[in-house]
Design a protein around this ligand. Structure first.
Ligand SMILES: CC(C)(COP(=O)(O)OP(=O)(O)OC[C@H]1O[C@@H](n2cnc3c(N)ncnc32)[C@H](O)[C@@H]1OP(=O)(O)O)[C@@H](O)C(=O)NCCC(=O)NCCS
Length: 256
């Protein structure tokens, strides 16, 4: 890989630790790539792991980055892997990626969500596919009338997130996600502009959903996580969320 990089060029990899720089380097590049980051993602990501954002600089100019968040002792999550278009295919991305990996214990499990056309690339770094996911864009007025009356309506209650015990929510999240991620959630669940609902059944949490406004206002909101013990609970949560969002000033689209 070294052979691709001009020997006269100086390439360094360092951490991004301030929200200001995260926004100007990472968030702006994600917007250009059409990734629709959240309005306060810089705050959330840095709260999740202040030593997880690796940026590659060529002759002092940031050209690419990756975020590897350490969750607890045993898990790491990779996101925001991006190199500026004009610098792609020259070996810089892999260098940044490997620098981030080298920074965590080899015993840590690492996960990521990959675009389908990047599956083989990640396999070469030792990743295995576990499931296929989808990305959906909702037109709210159309979507909100599509939810059928839930069969579980009589037993499940949907509440605003502020009305439930946060610790119980952390426990529920870990049981679904597989690893504890309290530093991220502590910020994510309270971040500016968020809308969030929790479903409970006989007092126990059986699902929750969070939507956050996007960095580019016209992009609307992003939904995630949406965890639910059944499809009908997921529908109840989305319905409550969509109804609330419809009360807000008119966004153009909604993605989750
Ligand atoms: C994906 C991306 C970050 C890679 O950066 P890059 O600088 O172009 O990649 P490199 O030049 O370092 O790649 C060199 C080689 O390493 C491979 N490689 C790059 N990153 C890798 C990784 N994380 N694991 C394994 N292999 C990797 C490349 O496929 C390439 O292989 P090849 O020589 O056989 O074609 C860049 O192409 C990009 O920004 N793409 C658009 C955003 C995107 O799709 N991000 C990934 C989201 S899942």
């Amino acid at each position: 890989m070294e052979g691709f990089i001009d020997a006269m060029e100086e390439f360094n990899i360092r951490l991004i630790t301030t929200e200001e720089e995260f926004e100007s380097v990472v968030i702006n590049a994600m917007v250009k790539e059409g990734w629709r980051p959240g309005l306060k993602d810089a705050e959330c990501y840095l709260a999740c792991d202040p030593t997880g954002t690796f940026v590659g600089e060529l002759n002092g100019t940031p050209i690419g980055f990756v975020f590897l968040a350490k969750y607890g002792e045993n898990y790491g999550h990779i996101g925001c892997y991006l190199v500026r278009k004009e610098y792609r295919g020259k070996g810089y991305g892999l260098k940044i990626f490997n620098a981030a990996l080298a920074n965590v214990k080899p015993s840590r499990s690492i996960g990521l969500s990959a675009l389908q056309d990047k599956e083989q690339m990640y396999q070469r770094s030792g990743f295995h596919s576990h499931f296929n996911g989808g990305r959906f864009v909702f037109h709210l007025p159309t979507a909100v009338v599509c939810f059928s009356e839930s069969l579980e309506q009589s037993t499940v209650t949907v509440k605003c997130i502020d009305q439930v015990d946060q610790k119980a929510l952390f426990v529920y999240d870990s049981s679904v996600f597989g690893f504890e991620r309290r530093p991220l959630l502590s910020k994510w669940l309270r971040v500016y502009g968020r809308h969030a609902y929790v479903a409970t059944k006989e007092g126990a949490i059986v699902g929750y959903v969070v939507a956050r406004p996007t960095f580019v206002k016209e992009d609307g909101y992003k939904i995630g996580p949406l965890f639910a013990d059944s499809e009908s609970i997921a529908e109840m949560l989305l319905k409550a969320l969509f109804e609330e969002l419809l009360q807000q000033e008119k966004p153009l689209q909604w993605s989750g």
